[in-house]
Design a protein around this ligand. Sequence first.
Ligand code: HPA
Length: 262
Amino acid sequence: MANTVTYRQSMQSEAETNVPIGLITGTNLSAILGQHLRVIEVDTPFGAPSAAFVLTSISNRLIWCLARHGTSSQIKAFDVNYRANVWAFKELGVQSLIATATVGGINANVEIGDIVIPDQIVDYTFGRKHTFANELELASVDFTFPFSRTLREALNQALPDERPSSEQLHWTYGCTQGPRLETAAEINRMGKDGCDLVGMTLMPEAVLAREIGLHYAAICLVVNRAAGVGGKTIDIEQIPVMTSTRIPVLRDYLERVLQLIE
Ligand code: HPA
């Protein structure tokens, strides 16, 4: 934790006027980051986060960034040390945390390449270390609305207008365990449960952020149609290709978002 303290002391005057925002980048999405102003390792009571934290600046905002799956995307969603990651952001003085995640589209209105801001979650994961209840001596937290309303407002406002994803404000993200993708029947059931999107990473990240008092919201990039949607299977090789073609769009979008966040 020594590095964190050094950061806090040396950046105190800068931090007073520009509290850094946290950004967690999903699989193959670290390329949205700009210049690395600083790189630090942060230790936590839960062990090491997924990677070193990178300080960057976008739209004149300081941002602490973390690659959720490690620098070479080597950590699978079910193996991510979510508690260490979220705890470290709090230690760095971050108050607002934006997550990016690639997802499959279940709702027929969602197109591949869309950016969608979820407002609800259904959690299908199991066996993940999912709470700070013991360390923070918490009972239960209210999680009726799992994402920060104010962050979501900025994220929605910055969306390009031409897509239905910017007109519809209520999207539900279903979080599966992975690493395998879903069966067609599972996606059918998730659709009936009200899920519009499927991914593997926003839980327990979202609830840990809530437990530790961080404002948290997510930017989902649709990289495939979910299993069986339109009678089709998933072309796994197309997922990283799709992700990388949308990097410039995501980067522009993030610039607009950061201009809107107080
Ligand atoms: N399912 C689960 N996670 C995902 C998918 C999917 O179809 N696409 C991207 N992440």
